[in-house]
Design a protein around this ligand. Structure first.
Ligand SMILES: [Zn+2]
Length: 431
């Protein structure tokens, strides 16, 4: 369903033709930059009393003296839809964001039926997202409970969220198992289920093939330095923040269906504007991934050279320990991951962007949705600008979140090894 309306920008009084496509989300906060003066205009659609549509406006007003639905020539035109990337350009009847999106999926599918199934799966995913974002506060509280002292309360509240009988056990492996069920359910729409499953089944095989004494030394060092518990806590704390990105992530989730097909991206805009509140999330996720690489390196060294601290010699020298590795900058870490067992997605590491965010050398233009960042900003010479559109940033954010989640499966496996193998071995031997 679509509604056509004309709104007037409150700042410059320009009339703008808008076509609003309907999502299934109860409240749909749409926003865009005025094509003339660049002010942020917001139209919120509320379908809680469907079939009636409730509209509210900020920065603009509906134009009263124009017949709804009949666009005159001359006004700028914008397509708006929460769930899909939208095309720029003039109004063309029938070319709604939904139909354009479907056409894009169809181009990348064997036939019409396959395309329909994909769109159906996407709608299902969005329905789960609608349900989960409404439970975002509950998920946040659950993750805080997990990190707190009262594990019994965590088990109780988690069972209510999971709609499963309560697991009364307070053994760390059982409390952890509950945590991972909560994560799997709450963040299902953002993750790629198959990837996590693959890592979870590969990890025990990998660890079984390692020298057990050396592996135990590695696990002991991670515990003694508090590296693993601290990293685990910081990682799971980031999860609920992805709900803040839920609106502009929708078009990025849609692109999962088409982006690997190598087709040219014709639709480039998103119908919501949260870049400035989301940029730090990307930086913080990359920070956690950076620390997770220490685990990847330790296991890689164990696999190739029999010791977690045994790095391959690079440029005539070698790193003496994982601690030294952990002190390296992110861009310097990769070269020490020789022939790595974990398939790192290099695309998620835009270090120039991360640096620009960290030093606040970044601008965002609401109308064009272009992010301009200066990786080397803050020096006296003229900095070199790089550009990226908001939709590409949202894909980057989604990919980095998925990478952190995949590496969380590595942490999960090491923790299980500790609880179920390591702790038992050393408690029964009397050490
Ligand atoms: Zn304006």
């Amino acid at each position: 369903m679509n509604t056509n309306m004309v709104v007037t920008c409150s700042t410059c009084e320009q009339d703008i033709d808008c076509r609003i496509g309907y999502s299934n989300r109860t409240v749909q906060p749409l926003s865009f930059g005025c094509p003339v003066c660049g002010s942020l205009l917001e139209i919120t659609l509320d379908i809680s009393c469907a079939p009636q549509s409730g509209f509210s406006f900020k920065g603009c007003q509906p134009c009263e003296d124009r017949a709804q639905g009949s666009f005159g020539s001359g006004n700028p035109f914008v397509n708006l839809h929460l769930d899909f990337p939208v095309r720029e350009g003039g109004y063309r009847m029938g070319e709604t964001p939904y139909l354009m999106a479907f056409e894009e999926v169809e181009k990348n599918s064997e036939d019409h039926v396959v395309a329909q199934r994909k769109m159906h799966d996407f709608t299902m995913k969005l329905d789960i997202l609608n349900e989960m974002h409404e439970k975002a506060d509950e998920v946040r509280r659950l993750i805080n409970l997990y990190s707190g002292k009262n594990k019994q309360l965590f088990q109780l509240r988690a069972s209510q969220f999971l709609e499963k009988p309560e697991n009364k056990s307070l053994l760390p492996q059982d409390v952890n198992a509950t945590l991972y069920l909560v994560i799997a359910k709450a963040f299902f729409p953002f993750t790629v289920f198959g990837q996590g499953k693959e890592i979870s089944s590969a990890m025990p095989r990998l660890m079984n093939g390692l020298d057990q004494d050396k592996l135990d030394e590695f696990v002991l060092s991670l515990e003694q330095s508090s590296f693993l518990p601290t990293l685990h806590r910081d990682c799971i704390k980031l999860y609920p923040r992805i709900f803040y990105a839920e609106l502009p992530l929708r078009p990025a989730l849609f692109l999962d269906m088409t982006r690997h097909a190598g087709t040219e991206k014709v639709a480039t805009k998103i119908s919501s504007q949260d870049f400035l509140t989301l940029k730090d999330l990307y930086k913080d996720i990359i920070e956690v991934v950076n620390r997770q690489l220490v685990l990847v390196a330790g296991l890689n060294n164990l696999q190739h050279r029999g010791g977690a601290d045994s790095f391959k010699a690079i440029d005539g020298g070698s790193l003496s320990s994982l601690r030294k590795f952990s002190e390296k900058t992110l861009s310097n870490k990769f070269k020490y991951l020789d022939d790595c067992w974990f398939n790192l997605s290099g695309e998620v590491f835009n270090l120039g962007l991360r640096n620009a965010i960290a030093h606040n050398n970044i601008d965002y233009d609401v109308s064009s949705q272009v992010i301009t960042y200066y990786p080397e900003g803050g020096r006296l010479e003229e900095p070199i600008a790089r550009k990226m559109v908001f939709l590409d940033f949202m894909q980057l954010l989604l990919d980095s979140f998925r990478e952190m989640h995949n590496l969380n499966h590595v942490m999960k496996s090491i923790l299980y090894y500790k609880y179920l193998v390591y702790d038992r071995r050393y408690s029964s031997s009397g050490d």
